[in-house]
Design a protein around this ligand. Structure first.
Ligand SMILES: *Cc1c(COP(=O)(O)O)cnc(C)c1O
Length: 438
């Protein structure tokens, strides 16, 4: 018999450790996701055009891809890239810099530069991302906002995940200067907020206090929808370049896009009062920022398909998944509750074994600083710590859930998830008959 294309792909899967049963299971699941994948592609197409249009309008040229040294005065590439970000997010201005070291730094910068002693910060969506606890001073920390006399208030979401409008109204006072809204659920179990929902919240808040600054922690949310929080009233959107908008190519960096005054405040804090956006050498890094941004819509689409594929695979294997297999998506994070330490470890081993880098190492649980239990992490990334690349981590404690995200391509994500299922089988965490449920 002559081999057709499918056969040689199957053989390659087999040589990469995927059994015919797991492959068939994965293909059945994929088959059922055609319509949703089409929707994701439509969003990616729109966002791809949005990025190209912004680059054309800002007249990105070959010279923009070069870098400056020293003070970085008149850095054409840096200034043009910031214009491109502002056009994509439909904001007056943006700050996009390799000197912003990560997402937490970008968020801290946006907060610390726009709040003054005596001001109050409000989170109307519950507890913010772990690393922000020390920025705000929820956990006492050197240099926190609390040390500078900025107070903090929090209104939790209602049990059904909706906004507690009544208590948000009560929490707003004459000192409330800035509201921080986290789009992604991060590592919590609450739902991720859609751009539409964020818009409703911002309208409500501005209806009560129009001059309040609404900041959105946009981490993991960029390009998942056709609109961004800045399209529905956010004064600042903030994120990391080693997540969605860096497209896997940016090796470091963060961004803030928003109102001119907010960005000016942030620039004065990042560099220095008086110098603001005028300094900051881009060295040779800008071509990766531009090219990564160009790829970001399709890279995000691949990661999103991977998350939905995983949700459906694991849901049908009988595990609890958040979001579930059918829910609409507003970020790229997927949680799977494996229910046992062995399950978490096997899952992570599978993801690691599917990586293009460090596929031969075995991840093991370890006592990570800042955590109250052991944590296991799987990542075989080109950019260290990059979570737009396929990665997973899970604390070794009940309910034994793993959080996984990323995948620079859908095919890598698909392979990685099938590899994790294979590992669960090989380690006897699940029995082969579980694959027959479909
Ligand atoms: C990743 C993330 C952060 C922090 O970003 P780092 O780059 O890890 O510092 C903040 N908020 C959310 C929702 C995130 O997902």
């Amino acid at each position: 018999m002559e081999m057709n294309k499918t056969d040689i792909t199957d053989i390659l899967y087999a040589s990469l450790g995927i059994s015919p049963q797991v492959l068939a299971y994965g293909e059945r699941i994929t088959e059922g996701l055609k319509d949703r994948f089409h929707q994701i592609d439509c969003t990616a197409e729109y966002n791809q055009l949005k990025v190209i249009k912004a680059m054309q309008e800002a007249r990105v040229s070959e010279a923009c891809l070069l870098g400056t040294t020293g003070y970085g005065y008149n850095d054409l590439g840096r200034d043009t890239l910031e214009e491109v970000y502002a056009k994509i997010f439909h904001t007056e201005d943006a700050l996009v810099r390799p000197q912003i070291t990560c997402g937490t730094h970008a968020l801290a910068l946006a907060l610390m530069s726009n709040l003054r002693p005596g001001d109050e910060l409000l989170s109307p969506v519950g507890k913010p991302y772990d690393t922000l606890e020390e920025v705000i001073g929820i956990r006492p920390s050197r240099g926190s906002l609390a040390e500078y006399g900025v107070t903090y208030r929090q209104v939790d979401l209602l049990p059904d995940g909706t906004f507690d409008y009544e208590n948000i109204r009560k929490a707003l006072n004459e000192r409330t200067r800035l509201v921080t809204i986290q789009r992604s659920k991060g590592y919590q179990t609450r739902p991720t907020l859609s751009v539409e929902k964020i818009g409703e919240l911002i309208s409500f808040i501005k209806g009560i206090k129009p001059d309040i600054i609404c900041m959105v922690d946009n981490c993991y949310g960029e390009f998942v929808e056709k609109t961004e929080p800045s399209d529905v009233g956010a004064d600042m959107v903030v994120g990391s370049l080693i997540k969605n908008p860096g497209g896997g190519l940016a090796p470091t960096g963060g961004y803030i896009a928003g109102r001119k005054e907010c960005i000016e405040n942030a620039a004065c804090r990042l560099t220095s009062p008086g110098l603001a956006k005028e300094v900051g050498a881009s060295l040779g890094i800008l071509s990766s920022f531009y090219q990564g941004l160009f790829l970001a819509p399709t890279v995000t689409a691949g990661a999103l398909k991977g998350a939905i594929f995983a949700a459906n695979c694991y849901e049908r294997l009988g595990f609890a998944v958040i979001p579930d297999g059918k829910e609409t998506r507003h970020d790229i994070i997927q949680a799977v509750t494996l229910g046992s330490p062995e399950g978490v470890i096997a899952f992570c081993k599978g993801i690691q074994a599917a990586a293009p880098v460090d596929s031969f190492v075995t991840p093991e649980p370890w006592d990570m600083p800042g955590y109250d239990s052991q944590v296991i992490m799987a990542a075989g990334a080109f950019v260290s710590g990059s979570s737009i690349e396929l990665s997973a981590d899970g604390p070794i404690k009940p309910p034994y859930a793993v959080y996984f995200q990323g995948g620079l391509t859908w095919f890598h994500a698909k392979y990685g998830i099938m590899k994790s299922i294979q590992q669960l089988l090989d380690d006897r965490v699940i029995s082969p008959d579980r694959l027959k449920i479909v």
